[in-house]
Write a protein that binds this ligand. Structure first.
Ligand SMILES: *Cc1c(COP(=O)(O)O)cnc(C)c1O
Length: 485
């Protein structure tokens, strides 16, 4: 077997910072004041914040330790399906930190923000080109926020046409945020099942589509990592009854340069810049979820919009049908700089290659682990593949046990128990950035764990063993969260 990265090594413990705190200890040395000390009126200042008093070294060690207790894509393979935890080139960080970008102030006005406006305008053009749509807004703060913006546009479209509708069709392979976004717009979800092959059957859509249905939300590639190949036919059915098609494009990293969603019947699509276009994520943000639309929905885009006027750029707000503002200023600019740097450094061919490699790597994992883990949908996948624990259940071993044990082998676990359509799902997204050697190590680790399931299931149930904390009481943590330090 190939040598595993493993997780043995130094794990430094640390008491709570408040226990380390000593009165007067401080991380900086300021010159002694040469004026008399005056006490401020407490009614103006309030009580001082309860912060620990520490030296600079204490603080550096604290954050360094914290970074080592966690697992990041910079420490090892992070095959979390649906999340696209690929490597994010460091040059993107350098560009976003440039003084001109990092120091730009949103209230500086168009005249003094030409560089930033140009970057955002060009990024919109690139994203429109990559997705095959006519116009893009960069405002939404994340994928789910993009969905909300898109659904508000669909809502505004029906209102403008004189008759609001009450329902939206959502397949069981849609991302969980889809029904939530539809519901925020007042739509009731009509859930439909995907067919035996794990993709939607047009007949299932035709059976529920009617003139009170605003449209359908399709995640494509779907949450099983499969391409909805009937999308065009499904879009025709929905359009024939006056509905619109929402495309969840968070998985665009599988189809860049290969499929243009705007050309296959989708009316509105969001992207996740923090997945496909390489912004570090996983810590809860910030993200960016641009929305691309065709001519039908363009008038409803949020304001402000960026327009190019000869050689200068400006924000405009006089758009009578707009859904209004959905973010302060124009969204998360730093993420846009990273995406722009990524697109320019990759080029069109590079983006296409990234998608091809993401798909190749996922299929390699799928074929290599088939038989070791059960594969509910045995057909070519896109950028991720979904197994489950059916073969291990015989030994009373579950997906959770295997996922925990992977930590001992030095890998972040894949996504577990999602998508919901697969019982005990174990969903792997290797991404295009892992080398064959690293993917082989992962495959070998899963095989070794599957063997342990047969030979030593009792041990496996207690994993992980050599991480900072071992098996956690996850139910307890969710039911009785301890939110104070
Ligand atoms: C991640 C994801 C989302 C949600 O995006 P956030 O940025 O987390 O809000 C929506 N749909 C799909 C398919 C996703 O993978």
């Amino acid at each position: 077997m190939i040598q595993q990265p493993g997780t043995s090594g130094l794990i430094f413990n640390e008491p709570q910072l408040w226990d380390k705190s000593r009165e007067g200890r401080c991380a900086m040395s300021l010159p002694k004041p040469d004026v008399d000390r005056k006490t401020l009126d407490n009614s103006l200042t309030g009580d001082a914040p309860d912060l620990p008093q520490l030296s600079e070294l204490d603080v550096v060690r604290h954050y360094t330790r914290l970074s080592q207790w966690n697992f990041g894509v910079d420490s090892g393979m992070y095959p979390l399906g649906s999340c696209t935890m690929k490597y994010n080139p460091k040059t993107n960080e350098v560009q976003a930190a440039r003084q001109g970008f990092a120091g730009a102030h949103p209230l500086a006005g168009d005249e003094f923000s030409q560089g930033a406006l140009k970057l955002m305008y060009n990024l919109e053009q690139y994203l429109a080109k990559i997705t095959g749509f006519d116009a893009v807004t960069l405002q939404p703060a994340a994928g789910a926020h993009g969905e909300l913006a898109g659904m508000l546009m669909i809502h505004a479209f029906h209102a403008k046409n004189g008759k609001q509708r009450s329902k939206i069709i959502i397949p069981d392979t849609a991302h969980g945020t889809n029904p939530a976004s539809a519901s925020l717009c007042g739509y009731e979800s009509v859930n439909i099942k995907s067919g035996e092959k794990g993709i939607l059957d047009p007949a299932t859509v035709a059976a529920v589509m009617d003139e009170d249905t605003a449209g359908i939300m399709v995640t494509n590639p779907n949450t099983l990592g499969l391409f909805e190949s009937n999308i065009k036919e499904i879009a025709d059915i929905v359009h024939s009854k006056g509905g619109l098609v929402y495309g969840d494009g968070a998985n665009m990293n599988a189809i860049m340069g290969i499929v243009k969603p705007g050309k296959i019947g989708i009316d509105v699509l969001h992207l996740n810049l923090h997945k496909t276009f390489s912004t570090p994520h996983g810590g809860g943000g910030p993200g960016s979820g641009p929305v691309a639309v065709g001519k039908t929905l363009e008038p409803f885009l949020p304001i402000p919009r960026i327009v190019k006027d000869l050689d200068s750029y400006k924000f405009v707000t006089d758009c009578p049908d707009t859904i209004g503002r959905i973010h302060s200023f124009y969204g998360h600019f730093g993420i846009m700089v990273r995406a722009y740097a990524y697109i320019l450094s990759m080029g069109g061919e590079g983006l296409k290659k990234a998608s091809q490699l993401a798909v190749l790597n996922a299929n390699y994992v799928k074929e290599s682990l088939k038989g070791t883990l059960n594969l509910p949908y045995d057909r070519p996948c896109m950028h991720e593949c979904v197994f489950n624990d059916k073969l291990q259940n015989e030994y009373h071993i579950t997906t959770m046990d295997m996922a925990k044990r992977l930590l001992d082998y030095g890998f972040h676990p894949p996504t577990v128990y999602f998508p919901l359509v697969v019982d005990g799902a174990f969903m792997v997204e290797p991404t295009e950035t892992e080398s064959k050697e690293d993917i082989d190590q992962f495959i070998d680790a899963v095989k070794a764990i599957a063997k342990e399931a047969q030979t030593d299931p009792e041990k496996l149930k207690k994993a992980p063993f050599i991480t900072k904390v071992t098996r956690l009481d996850e139910v307890g943590a969710a039911r009785k969260p301890c939110l104070r330090g």
